[in-house]
Write a protein that binds this ligand. Structure first.
Ligand code: SF4
Length: 291
């Protein structure tokens, strides 16, 4: 059966997918807050090994697989001329396969032409998870994301034009307290311009360089709630499936934007009022206090 190199990550929505590792680690591996792959040197699994692993999956199990998630952090960086035979082999070996998905980073977005994305889409690569983190350029620089929000918007639009849906991740608290409002407003503007199919919020945890907040001031429970409210208030896109139900989030939120905006905002306002009454509003969450 399959062997995995650890640590292995996948989005929560891929819980029922077959996780298939074609790269190890992240090709960027330099975001100041992220410690996911610090102990894992980036490398691509050789094409022959990948194809052999696919063939070795027993037919009885293969017949049940509907979704495949390609790991690790930036699997789409795999060169297109080698990725297409992998997708062909997955399609041939899994007769019920409906969807192939993967994380995409800025390097992979830059590396592929619209025609190459189309070729991959024709082979069922239909969903990419993209860590935008913020639509604010200053925040992105402090995070060392390796590219601007403006560039990411054009690259993401190219992918969407080829029929590949995007699930965009944003980190609450990414602008600390100092840039909380700009982080929320610029992120909403970015979302309105690109209109991804899915948008999810996570709360920032610093697992690498803990000096990020020296320049940004640590967020408080109140500033995180206000940032979420500002973001939702300003999203004007169409039919965006919105989730903030990651373990890191302070309040569970889910709906479709802009349709469910008022319901989401009234839940958040109730949460904000509770924080005010409990005097937790101006308190720095314990996971930042310890830094
Ligand atoms: S946040 Fe994503 S792109 Fe940045 S280092 Fe972590 S896995 Fe790589």
């Amino acid at each position: 059966m399959l062997t995995y190199s650890q640590p292995l990550y996948r989005p929560p929505s891929e819980a029922r997918s077959l996780i298939f590792q074609i790269t190890h680690g992240c090709s960027h591996n330099a975001c100041t807050f992220c410690g996911m792959y610090t102990d894992k040197r980036f490398r691509m699994k050789p094409l022959e090994t990948v194809l052999e692993e696919i063939q070795n999956i027993p037919a009885a199990y293969a017949a049940t697989v509907r979704r495949v998630f390609l790991a690790d952090g930036d699997a789409t960086i795999y060169p297109t001329e080698k990725l297409t035979p992998i997708l062909d082999a997955l399609n041939a070996h899994f007769p019920a396969l409906q969807r192939i998905s993967a994380y995409v980073g800025r390097k992979a977005l830059r590396a592929k032409t619209p025609e190459q994305w189309r070729e991959l889409r024709q082979r069922k690569l239909s969903l990419l998870y993209f860590g935008l983190e913020s639509g604010n350029e200053e925040v992105l620089e402090l995070m060392n994301k390796g590219g601007s929000a403006a560039e990411a918007a054009s690259l993401c639009q190219v992918v969407q034009q080829q029929g590949i849906a995007l699930s965009v991740m944003v980190v609450l608290g990414g602008g600390g307290r100092r840039l909380a409002r700009e982080h929320a407003l610029d992120t909403a503007r970015w979302v309105n311009q690109v209109n991804p199919r899915y948008l999810s919020l996570l709360t920032l945890f610093l697992r690498r360089n803990t000096s990020l907040f020296e320049q940004l001031e640590q967020p408080t429970w109140g500033s995180l709630a206000e940032e979420t409210i500002t973001l939702i208030q300003h999203i004007k896109g169409k039919n965006i499936i919105f989730r903030a139900n990651h373990i890191s989030n302070l309040v569970d939120l889910s709906g479709t934007l802009p349709r469910d905006r008022e319901r989401l905002l009234s839940g958040l306002e109730a949460h904000r009022q509770k924080l005010l009454k409990s005097r937790a509003y101006d308190t720095v969450p314990e996971f930042y206090e310890e830094l």
